[in-house]
Design a protein around this ligand. Structure first.
Ligand SMILES: C[S@@+](CC[C@H](N)C(=O)[O-])C[C@H]1O[C@@H](n2cnc3c(N)ncnc32)[C@H](O)[C@@H]1O
Length: 194
């Protein structure tokens, strides 16, 4: 059963020489996600980064869109202290107000089925506009991930497992983007993924 402490050793191992996500890559992704929100006319005035790790998303918004309200949270006491996040477990916490954009980048694979299902419910409660979600599935672990740099001590679930729970709250738009059903945002048929 995967167990992590998300201490300094974890972050050194996965974010030093060959990082899981480099700051440059996250900056590129954040630029694209922000632009897609603008395309859908979802105003991004607030952003929540769940499982923020080194805080690259929060930093990108602080630099490029300083007026956007930012909240970054993480379960790791080490990350919260070192990188300035609020300490919360997304399996049991949701914010008291909604955020236009919610980011959950490479986090849910560390939660067991019950926790991950609860976390998806909490992400849905937190999202007013768009959720950006990345999580490796069991097929990704077989076919897509770089086994040398990826943490494989994780919970593997199928894409269908995630889709079943996410689809209750979000319209899948592809590329990790999930548009909150309650947002009233209309996507063309072929903008959506199945
Ligand atoms: C692989 S790192 C990803 C960090 C960052 N999102 C990124 O993409 O680089 C996983 C992060 O999720 C956090 N995390 C794991 N379980 C969590 C939970 N239940 N609630 C909040 N954060 C969690 C860890 O502390 C760690 O910072």
């Amino acid at each position: 059963m995967p167990r992590h402490t998300f201490d300094a050793t974890f972050f050194k191992r996965f974010y030093s020489t060959s990082p899981v996500h480099s700051r440059t890559k996250v900056n590129t992704l954040a630029t694209a996600v922000h632009a897609m929100c603008q395309w859908w006319e979802v105003p991004v005035r607030s952003v929540l980064d769940v499982g923020a790790g080194l805080g690259y998303w929060r930093d990108w918004y602080a630099t490029t869109h300083p007026k956007v309200k930012r909240l970054s949270v993480d379960i790791s006491e080490h990350a919260c202290e070192k990188y300035g996040h609020e300490c919360h477990d997304i399996a049991s916490w949701f914010p008291t107000r909604q955020f236009d954009l919610v980011v959950c980048h490479s986090v849910l694979q560390y939660l067991n089925d019950k926790q991950a299902a609860a976390a998806i419910g909490n992400l849905a409660k937190a999202t007013r506009g768009v959720l950006y979600l990345e999580v490796p599935t069991s097929a990704d672990l077989r076919n897509a991930v770089d086994k040398k740099t990826t943490d494989l001590n994780i919970y593997a679930r199928t894409g269908d497992w995630y889709r079943k729970r996410l689809n209750r709250h979000f319209v899948p738009a592809g590329a990790g983007l999930w548009v909150a059903r309650a947002s009233g945002t209309t996507l063309y048929e072929l903008e959506r993924s199945r």
